[in-house]
Design a protein around this ligand. Structure first.
Ligand code: BGC
Length: 746
């Protein structure tokens, strides 16, 4: 597992290895520079000619390498997985004789897991912003800190789809929709790579559960998934990362996909990734995910950062094991060279040889500016789920405010390899106290004694109950209630649902502030005045959430995942063969009906639907125009978004397409195909345009083994959530003329 402190490399030895490594790099660079005159850090070897293509340079360098040197590049040499300062999650020694620098990697995605770092709100929060610009600046911030901590590659972003909200890594996902995840992942990657570090999209593929006491461990479960579901739900974000994000690397996953492990799956790693999508980068294995040297290399695995562990007795790409496999004829030199070539080509492409090595010097990080960006991101990701008018709080009129719940005092984040140690942390309680000012009497009660908490709430003008869940990589939640899997806080056990009910009964102005990984059950929602979802808000939790509560900023978030009314509504509920699986096989029998697609198809009423989120202002969406795009199966859509309220606010128009289905090809009633986050002053309006390419109207055809546009009628709807949509417009696809037409006839 990517987070156990037992796999520590933070010992003085590890740190001195790191220092030696830096010294070696510096000495090598100096030597190379000395021999190379003014030719730059790479030197004057033939592969240092930056006018040559990365492929050519990789070939030249490869041919200068001994067989041992090539084998040496297949695996990392040091791992420091506890995340201490001065260490790296993964590290590979370079080849000083050839001017190959050391190669350092770190965990992400919500910050750099290497000593203290800016703790960004969770990826789930990022997804809630529905804001591609934010994704870009978020990725750039993490990339910048990774670089200034001496890393060349970041294991981020995570783009696996939230199939069940029980997933232990729900917070690390961008929710249940492939289009939203794809769009934000592309910008995250572009932002990160604009800093010169290599992004690493993970975990390829269909890695949607950690497992629970009933089984389904991520290390061994096989996701049994049909081609159409794979292509329409689980692969699009990886495809977009490659084709549009130009991602430099991919992490293959532990789990099996249709019986074959992610890191030895030729269909995924070679056929789809390289041959179909044109991936030119590096495929690396998750921690302990390499299984067999021969099948792995031949399937398309290039590099194993952590060859020190294996969870089921498999092989690693260590020099000794690879050499033995070569001698035994299980692999040949070509298998090794292909993998090394992929690595070198990627490194050349990212300028790794042409710059001085990034230096681990966190003093150069602009902490103040980064903390501000973390705060803004958390504000944009916060979702106002319901509000009877109690919010925003007005500090001039509020006499007293009771803050209830020990979660208000602690840093709430997800466990595992994306657990970031924040440079700065403001608690929710601290943030509220600071923002409320002297005029408001802010009291606090931890909430472990229900009577006492109700008493604290009773006299106050309003009460904010802060409740968080517990979620971690390595294990799924046992159930969806907010207390499922929770640990006591400072020895106190909090019964969160009961706490909300007690406080709500004592104070009509009760506001629930959730800090959860993903959707949870909200059985008390009809009893409270407002519900706010802050997710795992990162280091700026308190300041961000206080600013939202007091209306300094509009909550910008919309739900990237459905909040079910009951756990029984989930497609996987009560069906162990589907989740967590039986005999290590999880049958993805719901097919493409994941998340809101399932709720819509089955006519289920969720607690809060996908795309839902309120503003403090009001918006009108008017004048929807849908025109066929004459260049094939596409359409141009425009609408006017007007702020008709009296405050600044954020509108998020969302466009959904209903595709024609058949008895055999079930289609979800609607699928998100475009969105935009629009900030508007009161009275202001903006024309929002969307272009829908042919992919927005396509389904995966098993018969053709490719994307196809079905004959028939398409409905395009724009609205404020998947369940709040305007009248919409229709288009028909005529395969005979190869074009979209307005309307669908009678
Ligand atoms: C996780 C990865 C992580 C790696 C290194 C694994 O257990 O699944 O996401 O990057 O550990 O910490």
């Amino acid at each position: 597992m990517g987070f156990s402190s037992s796999r520590v490399g933070t010992s003085p030895r590890a740190i001195s290895i790191r220092l030696l490594a830096i010294a070696a790099v510096v000495v090598t660079s100096l030597l190379t520079a000395a021999t190379a005159g003014a030719s730059g850090p790479c030197g004057d070897s033939p592969w240092c000619d930056s006018s040559l293509s990365p492929a050519k340079r990789a070939s030249l360098l490869l041919s200068a390498m001994t067989p041992e040197q090539r084998i040496g590049l297949l695996a990392g040499d040091h791992a420091a997985l506890a995340g201490a300062d001065g260490t790296h999650t993964g590290a590979a020694d370079g080849i000083p004789a050839l001017g190959v620098p050391d190669f350092f990697q770190t965990d992400g995605p919500m910050g750099v897991r290497q000593g203290k770092a800016t703790s960004m709100p969770s990826e789930m929060s990022l997804a809630s912003s529905f804001d591609r610009n934010l994704a870009r600046s978020y990725g750039a911030l993490v990339g910048n800190e990774a670089k200034l901590k001496g890393n060349d590659l970041v294991y981020a972003p995570t783009v696996n789809i939230l199939r069940t909200p029980l997933w232990g890594r729900a917070f690390e996902s961008m929710g249940e929709d492939p289009f939203l995840t794809s769009s934000l992942a592309v910008d995250y990657i572009r932002g990160m790579q604009s800093e010169g570090v290599i992004a690493n999209v993970k975990h390829f593929a269909v890695n949607n559960q950690e497992g629970n006491a009933q089984g389904g461990s991520r290390f061994s479960v096989s996701a049994q998934v049909d081609d159409r579901t794979l292509r329409e739900i689980y692969l699009p974000a990886f495809e977009a990362a490659v084709k549009r994000g130009d991602v430099g690397s991919v992490m293959c996953s532990y789990n099996k996909i249709n019986g074959v492990h992610g890191c030895e799956n030729p269909t995924l790693l070679t056929q789809i990734l390289r041959e179909e999508w044109g991936f030119k980068g590096l495929v690396l294995a998750d921690y302990g995910a390499s299984k067999h040297i021969d099948t792995g290399l031949r399937a398309g695995l290039d590099y194993e950062p952590f060859p020190f562990v294996d969870f089921d007795g498999g092989e690693n790409l260590t020099p000794a094991q690879v050499t033995a496999a070569l001698q035994a004829g299980r692999i040949n030199q070509g298998d090794i060279d292909t993998a090394v070539r992929h690595q070198l080509e990627t490194l050349f492409r990212f300028g790794f040889f042409d710059r001085t090595p990034f230096v681990d010097d966190p003093s150069r990080i602009n902490n103040g500016a980064h903390q501000k960006r973390a705060r803004r991101a958390a504000e944009q990701g916060t979702v106002l789920l319901q509000n009877d008018g109690v919010l925003p709080l007005n500090s001039k009129r509020l006499g007293s405010l009771a803050v209830i719940g020990a979660d208000a005092t602690r840093y709430v984040n997800g466990g595992g390899s994306s657990d970031i140690d924040p440079i700065e942390f403001t608690s929710v309680l601290g943030g509220i106290q600071a923002r409320a000012g002297k005029g408001v009497d802010v009291s606090f009660d931890p909430g472990n004694d229900l009577e006492q908490a109700a008493q604290a709430a009773r006299g106050a003008d309003a009460a904010v109950v802060v409740i968080a869940d517990a979620s971690s990589e390595g294990s799924d939640k046992p159930c969806l209630g907010i207390d499922c899997g929770a640990e006591p806080i400072d020895g106190m056990t909090i019964q969160r649902d009961a706490l909300v009910e007690q406080v709500a009964a004592a104070n009509p102005n009760t506001i629930v502030l959730l800090e959860t990984a993903g959707p949870v059950l909200t059985p008390w929602r009809d009893q409270v005045a407002a519900v706010v979802e802050g997710w795992y808000p990162g280091g700026a939790a308190g300041s961000a959430l206080a600013r939202v509560l007091f209306g300094d900023v509009d909550p910008g978030g919309r739900l990237p995942a459905t909040f079910p009314d009951t756990e029984a509504q989930l497609p996987t509920s009560g069906n162990p063969s589907s989740y967590p699986g039986v005999d290590n096989v999880a049958d993805y029998s719901e097919g493409v009906l994941v998340g809101y697609r399932w709720f819509d198809k089955k006519g289920l009423k969720p607690a809060y639907p996908f795309g839902h989120g309120l503003s403090y202002s009001r918006f009108a969406f008017r004048g929807l125009k849908v025109r066929p795009d004459r260049r094939g199966a596409g359409a141009r859509v425009s609408l006017k978004v007007a702020n008709v309220g009296d405050r600044k606010g954020i509108a998020v128009p969302q466009l959904y397409v209903k595709m024609p289905g058949t008895a055999k090809r079930v289609q979800p009633p609607r699928q998100l195909k475009a969105f935009k986050s629009v900030k508007l002053k009161p009275g202001a309006s903006r024309l929002v345009r969307f272009h829908l390419g042919s992919r927005a109207f396509s389904y995966w055809s098993d018969r053709r083994s490719g994307w196809d546009v079905a004959k028939g009628c398409y409905r395009i709807e724009v609205g404020k959530s998947s369940r709040s949509l305007g009248r919409g417009a229709k288009l028909a696809w005529s395969s005979a003329s190869g074009e979209m037409r307005r309307g669908c006839g009678s």
